[in-house]
Design a protein around this ligand. Structure first.
Ligand code: DGI
Ligand code: FE
Ligand code: FE
Length: 188
């Protein structure tokens, strides 16, 4: 699947505002890919497809989690994090994308995970800082990513964990594993 095809399938699948978010993530991710020497093509492909399943109904997402044999454990956590794993499976099975790094970037774009690759971190951070976002603390992440991609990813994880705790939402273990791994790394 080339970039034009990816853009077309998400345009068909997503609401207008979600499609526009996707284009902003693709643009932001491309800038990060240039800065951090990642493949532009692969980065844009992952960014265009990252929210492919975002507008699916809850029941449809559940059905796909079962159909694609994704971890049932996902069902015990917030439904907001189901669209990444489902999108990655669709990308593989339906769009025949074989690039594991691209598939992982889509899969883990919401929760993150320990030992993320550069591409995974680019998509994770770009999704958080695209120009349409105005979370508290987003400006700090935009500044950090000018200097260090890992420190930016760590800040996103800290902000997200705090946000979820304040709202009393369950937190998927991969998010803690990612936070702990990057925190240890920067403790020295
Ligand atoms: O799909 P987007 O809105 O572009 O961005 P996303 O995929 O990061 O957002 C999904 C939402 O999921 C976001 O508001 C945070 C929330 N969420 C729920 N449970 C978890 C979680 N985020 C993380 N990192 N970990 C969780 O366990
Ligand atoms: Fe998402
Ligand atoms: Fe997104």
């Amino acid at each position: 699947m080339n970039l034009n095809e990816a853009q077309n399938v998400v345009k068909q699948r997503l609401t207008k505002s979600r499609y526009e978010h996707t284009l902003r993530v693709a643009k932001t991710a491309e800038q990060l890919a240039r800065k951090y020497n990642e493949s532009i093509e692969r980065t844009k492909l992952a960014a265009l497809l990252h929210d492919y399943a975002k507008c699916d109904q809850e029941e449809e997402l559940k059905r796909q989690i079962i159909q694609y044999n994704l971890p049932r454990e996902l069902l015990n956590y917030n439904k907001e994090l189901w669209h990444g794993p489902v999108g990655a499976k669709v990308a593989k099975e339906k769009f025949e994308i074989l690039d594991e790094d691209v598939l992982h970037a889509i899969y883990y774009h919401t929760t993150a995970r320990a030992n993320m690759t550069k591409l995974e971190m680019i998509i994770f951070v770009a999704d958080y800082i695209e120009p349409g976002r105005n979370f508290p603390g987003v400006e700090e992440v935009r500044n950090l990513v000018k200097v260090d991609l890992e420190k930016a990813a760590l800040k996103v994880l800290g902000n997200t964990i705090m946000h979820l705790v304040r709202k009393g939402i369950t937190i998927f273990p991969d998010t803690f594993y990612a936070y702990n791994q990057l925190t240890k790394k920067w403790e020295g």
